[in-house]
Ligand binder design. Structure first.
Ligand SMILES: O=C(O)C1=C[C@@H](OP(=O)(O)O)[C@@H](O)[C@H](O)C1
Ligand SMILES: C=C(OP(=O)(O)O)C(=O)O
Length: 393
């Protein structure tokens, strides 16, 4: 599918896209307590998480997880804790992504290979585990679930810890459901308590919502995004509210809604995105119109996302006339006059959304635009509902 976009003004009200991270966590929580989800958006990754828990329940020996690394890397410790013998596979994109740290950490399991497809045979999960913290936080999130399945345990994380905000998200979720999980220093202590049940919707997603907010800023308008959860204390994607406020945008949260309004020029900024990697793409869009050069540091692990996002962010910015380069382990973005451009989605949903935001300025085309379905199948229809002049063919 191709998205053909003309210069547009993005404004009005929209419901936040559902959170892939919160959704996958709630789905895996159904292994531990009763969960009933209403009106969920069936993104590719949500479908893969549902696939995984169904496979666990029916004790099948094969689980396909598509392109969802969150599902994969949370699933591996869970199937090991359940002493399952199972083969897990994914799509071409996921087969290229690393899973070495969790294989190294799980000493009581046997793994047929160091990448997908992989057959796992398990004698269970050790009471205490040590795992490298720099490859992916998703393993630690999965281990927290796994330790809830076997009555508790200790996770010693070898620093540096990447994407720490997602570990905080998992801990926050379990504690809100009544459990007792603590991160003290670099160690997670899992002391399972009875979990409450949940009936409701998947909460809205800040990183996915930021593409709508930033499209509105690029078109110098204002927008209200509702259905969001109260921003937690810990640092994470929800801090996008403050990040935009600090570069010249009117941006604030009130009663489950995020209000964003263009106020004039955008200030350049230096941000370490190691704990908020999913914001790298939407931040690249707004920094394209900043008055000067901005710097995204902590970008090394963007290489192991659905695409090598260091390359695909820079290629996409350049396709729309924006001056960008990779220098000193950072992405440098120099504010430019965005031009009409076009890309073929490099099998990466957030790159298509970045291109969608840039195209709002002077128009553009995105081939394989359906790649947004991995996390937000409503992306194009939502932009159209907000005033986007977009033809899908
Ligand atoms: O736990 C999660 O829900 C996620 C963790 C992050 O991955 P890493 O921990 O591998 O950075 C993030 O990029 C991903 O989109 C979602
Ligand atoms: C990297 C992402 O997801 P995952 O790691 O779950 O594939 C993402 O949503 O940008």
């Amino acid at each position: 599918m191709k998205a053909i976009i003309d210069k547009s003004n993005i404004e009005g009200k929209v419901k936040a896209p559902q959170s892939k991270s919160q959704g996958i966590r709630l789905i895996f929580l159904s292994l531990l307590t009763k969960i009933k989800l209403y009106n969920y958006t069936p993104s590719d990754d949500i479908k893969m998480a549902l696939n995984a828990v169904d496979a666990i329940r029916s004790k099948t020996d094969y689980i396909y997880v598509g392109g969802s690394a969150t599902t994969l890397r949370m699933l591996i410790p869970i199937v090991v804790a359940l002493k399952m013998k199972v083969t897990i596979d994914g799509d071409e994109s996921l087969r290229r992504r690393p899973i070495s740290s969790i294989i190294k950490a799980l000493k009581k399991a046997k793994f047929s290979s160091a990448s997908l497809p992989i057959t796992i045979e398990s004698n269970g999960l050790e009471e205490e585990i040590e795992i490298e913290g720099w490859e992916s936080s998703q393993y630690i999130s999965g281990l927290i679930y796994a330790y809830h399945l076997i009555g508790g345990g200790k996770i010693k994380i070898i620093p540096p810890i990447s994407s720490k905000s997602y570990i905080e998200m998992t801990i926050d979720l379990f504690n809100r459901f009544g459990s007792d999980v603590k991160l003290e220093g670099n160690t997670v202590y899992v002391n399972p308590k009875p979990l409450r049940e949940y009936e409701g919707e998947i909460p809205g997603d800040y990183a996915l919502s930021s593409f709508y907010a930033i499209a509105s800023i690029i078109s110098q308008r204002k927008i209200e995004i509702n259905g969001l959860y109260d921003p937690p204390e810990y640092f994470g994607d929800h801090k996008i509210i403050d990040i935009l406020a600090n570069i010249g945008v009117k941006s604030y949260y009130s009663k489950h809604s995020w209000f964003v309004e263009y106020q004039g020029s955008i200030s350049p900024v230096e941000i370490d995105i190691n704990d908020i990697p999913d914001l790298s793409t939407s931040l690249s869009a707004i920094l394209s119109i900043a008055d000067g050069a901005s710097k995204l540091s902590g970008v090394e692990r963007l290489k192991i996302k659905e695409s090598n996002r260091i390359e695909t962010i820079i290629d996409t910015l350049e396709a729309f006339g924006v001056n960008a380069e990779y220098k000193d382990q950072s992405i440098i973005i120099r504010g430019s006059q965005i031009k009409r451009g076009s890309i073929i989605c490099p099998n990466d949903h957030r790159i298509a959304m970045l291109a969608g935001d840039l195209a709002i300025k002077e128009g553009g085309e995105i081939e394989k635009a359906e790649c947004v379905n991995k996390s937000n199948p409503k992306f194009w229809e939502d932009l159209i509902s907000l005033g986007g002049k977009i033809t899908l063919e």
